[in-house]
Design a protein around this ligand. Sequence first.
Ligand code: HPA
Length: 244
Amino acid sequence: MGRLAIIGGSGFSAIAGLEVASSSAETPYGAASAPVARGTMASREVLFLPRHGSPHRIPPHRINYRANIWALREAGAEQIVALAAVGGVTEPFAPGVLAVPHQIIDYTYDRTQTFYDGGEGEVVHVDFTRPYTDSLRDRLIEAGLRTGMPVVGHGVYGATQGPRLETAAEVRRLERDGCDLVGMTGMPEAALARELGLEYAALAFVVNWAAGKGAGEIQMSEIESNLKACAARVERLLTAFAEA
Ligand code: HPA
């Protein structure tokens, strides 16, 4: 098993007991969201990076995804578990559900998508047929089983640009396209990890029904309370994952 890194999303800007490993967030691609933290979880060394910075201040469209993935690799990461707060689009993905998605549709724009950006470098087209690493997904799902917590072991993640939430018509389109979940940070993060040869899987937790799928407008208070409700289960699952 390679060295594990966790990318924290909304609600996870720190994990108790981890200390800052590098004093600088600088990389050849600019500054990562924060210096990489290093610590132990279930007596296994883990790296941690809060995607939105600590405190949470970087919106999804302004995250330097390349610097984040680069910084993790420089710190020794071989596999990345990306935490993701998402909206639920289809029926199995109600608020409170934990899920390990298996596919992605990318609706983002104006984000730097690649390390192979032309100029002096080579032109490279990585395979992305299966955007998440299946062996890592399987281990997340097994960790869920061991803890006795239900985890939906599939799902198509639609990555939207944000920072606003979607319209109801946009969510109906996402559903017609085959999306089950919607979030703002899954891309280009997953593709950049693939470009650097890092294993990558997402652990998503549903914090609201996507626009038009629940009753009325989306309330931030609902998102906040579901984030809190999911946090303890996500940490338990991660601990079980690290133990295996
Ligand atoms: N849409 C996009 N991103 C999200 C949502 C949503 O409804 N909930 C949490 N992240």
